[in-house]
Design a protein around this ligand. Sequence first.
Ligand SMILES: [Cu+2]
Length: 561
Amino acid sequence: MKENYELPEENDFTKETHCTDVNPSLPGTIPKFVDVLPIPKVLSPDRLENGYAYYEIEMKAAMHKFHRDFDETLIYGYNGLYPGPTIEAIKCETIYVKWVNNLPSKHFLPVDKSIHGAIDNPEVRSVVHLHGANVAPDSDGHPDAWFTRDYDCKGPKFCRKVYEYPNDQQATTLWYHDHSLGTTRLNVYAGLAGFYIIHDFQELSLNLPKDKYDIPLIIQDKSFKEDSSLAYPSGPPNGPVFPSIVRAFIGDTMVVNGKVWPYLKVEPRKYRFRILNASNTNGYVMKLSNGDPFIQIGTDGGLLTKPVTLTSFPLDPAERIDVIIDFSKYKSGDKIILNTEENDLKSDVMEFIVTDPCYKSKDTSVIPKILRPIDKLDKEMAVKTRRFVIGQDLDFYKRVMLSLNHRMFSDPATEKPEYDSIEIWEFANTLTSPVLAAHPIHLHLVQFQILNRQLFDLTTFKPDEWIEKGTGIDYYPDIINPDPSEGGPVPPEKPDEAQRAWKDTVRVEPGTVLNGTIGSVTRIIVHFDNHTGEYVWHCHILEHEDHDMMRPLIVVKKYFD
Ligand SMILES: [Cu+2]
């Protein structure tokens, strides 16, 4: 597969030694840091059409080698590549992409045929969503706009073959991925994900590390079978339903840019890393093994106002973080591991190995003191506040599913903001059992801002009253002393500096463990701008999204009396 990637120059042959006792299903037997980190190739347009860049990208089954000691195995990839090729665009320069589905008719992962979208529809359906992009609804990749090979079968919202991306937003790191109703978790896990990077002149003028020192990292946890093939659970048999969707998927190895636990040789200088968590369920808290800092410069929707120094950061599914790591103080041979705070084998993500400096390319990049101004959305301008309770329900087969205000995806749309209006959306996470979990909530079409988060007392919480009037969350018991008389109103907490920028996915925190009595509400402010029409919003834990934790979002025209 080497020809598919731009591989760094490699003079170190010591890692060529293969191990024979590797069992891909036993992560403890897999040697770490023996594969060079691949950098997904930037795709050139197929041609110019009426002056616009035109791409044709084919989704197809292909063979991929995840690790030096694994056999090649089946994946689904854009142009047969995992991850897909990177698309680079310039702000306000429209591009067109024809997404072609040449996937087989039978999926190689276990398909649950009882969930939305999967009932009575072909097994392998696909539609591409450009995550974080401000686009018209017919190019957004609505989950019901899926299509099969040769467009033989099309979902009810399918309306065009060639998608139009106007790139009318500031420089940032987006990603494209499969979004077909009821099979997103399987298609993304199978490999259908890639980077889409928007540049603009303002960002280029900042002299940040660029070209080969600007590296995108797509991180996914995966599990493998003994024969190197991708493993995904069939779920417990559930009455007549098997395979059956699982509530979470947690893999046992870490894959970065398509390789299990890779390494990257870095010069002693500054590098920019655009890190994407494209895992199905897993959120991470990431750090460097030596405790050294990251300089964060951006979030999902673009640059921060100024750099923020972090020694660790949370990254939930679909979130991106843009960081600079300065390796200049290290000496040749030093090794630093990017890892997570999880306490298991897979806490290692990848390794940086510092090389001798490259005198041909002196590091002239800078970390500017100021990156760009961000207009703060004004709460006073909000015309509506919507409130959502994250709870759980049982589906038709009595399986637990996570839900948004106890509605299913197919229930009539309730979120119909007016075009060009500003709204506040509040998400109350009321789940305390069986596990406390954050839910990364993603809205299509928009980039929004996080207002605050607040803990509240679940024992007195009345969801319906709160949804209607916003009352009942201004109090929670003291964490140390849960005697109600010791509690009191708790002010909302502003997001930390690292999140005071544009976001398209927000981590809705869980409450706390204390007797299962404390919930947490996360508030965002959104401007529904540029387009009207049908979109969706949902939890980006793919196992939740595929199991009804998704709702329609319809931006309606403004009516003047
Ligand atoms: Cu969720």
